[in-house]
Design a binder for this molecule. Sequence first.
Ligand code: ZN
Length: 171
Amino acid sequence: MGWTDERVETLKKLWIEGLSASQIAKQLGGVTRNAVIGKVHRLGLAGRATPSRPAKRPRPVSRPRLASSSSSSAAARPRMAPAPYLALVPHLEPLKAEDGSVTTVLTLSDSVCKWPIGDPTDATFAFCGRSSTGTYCPDHASLAFQPQQPRKKRTYGEPDELRRMMRLSAM
Ligand SMILES: [Zn+2]
């Protein structure tokens, strides 16, 4: 039996009502369940939610490529992240003298910035070394005393912590 307009309308109606393909085939008569499924596909009705064909199956959502690539690089960044106080001053590196030396515990003096840069346990650790009239150069003073970063200021910016670090690295 072929698909007359009337039978196609019946098929559509039954399908939309939620009958299964085999139920529809039985109602129409003369067609197999597979024929009903094939017709449903050709009519573009296949998206209906049915127990045998759940519409909620996980579908790969096409994400914007920019977002996925930036999120993967963002995921890689934390592993590379330096110590927290370095992240505070990404634009300042230890001042290098003409011979390439930096300010260390041994060369630290009252007239230079005592802002620690780097990991104290690492050989590259140094102090800022820029000339200063107080504890820090103007740049680091502004960072150390930013009111919105009280925790970081306490942890890394205060002379007591510096003295402790200097004792540790002098050992
Ligand atoms: Zn400084």
